[in-house]
Every structure is written in C-alpha cells, then in structure tokens.
Design a protein around this ligand. Structure first.
Ligand code: PDD
Length: 284
C-alpha cells in the first residue's frame, strides 16, 4: 500500500513525491537527517531529535525550513495517516536545489522530506533476545561525525562487510579505539562499569545514548566515557549498542569470538527494559 509522505509543504502519495535533480542533498550529500522511533503510535524523544537537528543545521549554516512545532505536527500527521503503531519517522533537510557549485548557494530554499516506515513489534525484536554479532573495521568516514549528515556510504559499506563476514554490524576503529557502530553508539561492560566513547567530533551524539546513560546513572551503574579498544571489547563481560531504531541491543560476538558468555548480558537487558519503559512513558 502506498504511504503518504511529506515534501516541502505537501502530503502526497509516495509515487507522486519528487525533488529536483539539482538538489544538493543528491549532488553533494549536503543535508542532514533524523530518525525518530514510534511506539504505540507515539514519538520517542522527539525533543531530543529536534534539538540535534537544530544543531546539525547550524553547523552547516542551513536555515530551518519550519519551526519545531511544525515538525512535530508533520510527524504526528504522518504517523496517523499511515496508521503507524510501531515504526520510524525519517526526516531529511537539504540545502535545497541550486546550480552545481561547491560554494553554498545564497538563494536556495531548503528541502524538507519526511516519510514513515512501519515496523510492527519494533520493541520486541528477536535480535534483542539473542544479541547481535559485530566485526571490527577501520573507521574511514569524514571527521565531523557529530553532524548527522546523509553521507552514509561508508557506514553502508561497513554493513555489507559485516554481512559478508556473517555478522550483523560493524564497529569502527580509529587510532586503535572504537568510535561507534555503523548506525549506532557502542558500549562495553566490565564488572559493574559501562564504558562508551566520550562525545566529540568522532561520533554522533546519540539521542538514545544520552537517555540510556542518564538511566544507567540513575540506577547507580558506573559509567566511564572514554575510548576503548577491540581487545577490551573481546575481554568484556558484555557489550551493546544503542540507537533510535534498535533501542538497547546486546552484542554477543566480536570478530567471531564470543563476548562474555556469548549471550545477552544482565546490564544490557536491564537497560533495554528501563529505556523502553521510561521512553514509552515520556513519548509524545
Ligand atoms: N542512526 N551513531 C551513528 C553513526 C548513527 O547513525 C546513529 C543513528 C547513532 C545513534 O543515534 P540515535 O540514538 O540518536 O539514533 C549513532 C539512525 C538510527 C539511522 O541512521 O538510521
């Protein structure tokens, strides 16, 4: 069945939604995006995603095409019109269409596109019960990973490298330390300490990460924000990832070797429960 999508002020059937071939998102990956999850028809941490979007736009000097209230209204209408119980809302803003030139155009109007993806049972995925397998790969992305841009080719290649190796995802490594997963933040657990890389330009500042670390601290878990190595990950008791689409997902294998018992650990399992419970309560 055809979805209703949003393009520059209009709600349209997906077949009729078009943007210009001169759009800088297409020509230069000159655009940013957000993915917000939907549980029980409500948006999870919309405010967090809206805030990061504002920051990404600011870093690239792209003007916001509308207010945060307007964005919330568009998200809600798409969720309702497409009858989404569990799923995702994808939002993309590009600098807009302009004659091809490396310099930013001064007269382009930003392009705003949103669409939904229905994912029944998103919070009850079988992978959360078994855990996922990851491989390590070199991080060959650009240096401003704190901006959520649509330049996703290397992460996409990383996902294919993982698939070719019989794994589910890849953790990227730079100067000997893990940065993050292809589309998620990465964590290990040793004893009662959760370790994850500190914020900086090397990783995306995950909205799920912020919430999960807050809940972990509230639950008296110890959190260390610092770089860690693949050897540390292999010797860890547990590992997990976080993102808007996977919430908290246990990682049970690294480069073919089991992590801890090779089964989802107690910390990841508990954090997933807390995250889902608290996020559902605060959903809008
Ligand atoms: N990805 N790191 C990277 C590189 C990401 O692409 C993502 C999100 C995250 C987690 O951020 P958040 O918790 O705000 O979702 C970390 C989204 C889900 C995607 O590209 O589909």
């Amino acid at each position: 069945m055809s979805r209703t999508v949003y393009v520059n002020g209009e709600y349209l059937p997906e077949e009729r939604a078009t943007i210009s071939i001169f759009d800088r998102g297409f020509l230069f990956a000159d655009g940013v995006y957000e993915v917000t999850s939907v549980l029980d028809g409500k948006l999870i941490d919309f405010a967090g995603h809206a805030k990061r979007l504002e920051r990404s736009l600011g870093e690239l000097e792209i003007s916001a095409p509308c207010s945060v209230d307007d964005l919330l209204e568009i998200h809600r209408r798409l969720v309702a019109e497409n009858d989404i119980t569990d799923g995702l809302v994808y939002l993309q803003i590009t600098r807009g269409a302009a004659d091809r030139d490396f310099a930013y155009p001064t007269d382009a109007t930003p392009t705003l596109v949103l669409f939904t993806q229905s994912k029944p049972g998103l919070a009850d995925s079988p992978a959360a019960r078994t855990g996922i397998k990851v491989i390590s790969i070199e991080d060959q992305r650009w240096g401003r990973r704190d901006i959520k841009t649509v330049q996703l080719l290397y992460p996409s290649m990383g996902k294919m490298m993982a698939k070719a190796a019989g794994a589910d995802d890849a953790w990227m490594v730079e100067d000997g330390a893990v940065t993050e997963g292809t589309s998620n933040n990465a964590y290990i657990v040793k004893g009662n300490t959760i370790v994850t890389r500190q914020l900086g330009t090397e990783i995306l500042h995950g909205i799920t990460r912020a919430a999960v670390l807050r809940f972990a601290r509230e639950a008296q878990m110890r959190v260390e924000e610092r770089p860690f190595t693949i050897d540390e990950a292999k010797a860890a008791d547990e590992a997990f990832i976080t993102s808007a689409s996977s919430f908290v997902m246990p990682v049970v294998e690294m480069d073919g070797a089991p992590i801890g018992t090779g089964k989802p650990g107690a910390v990841a399992t508990r954090l997933r429960e807390i995250y889902l419970e608290e996020s559902r309560k605060a959903a809008v």
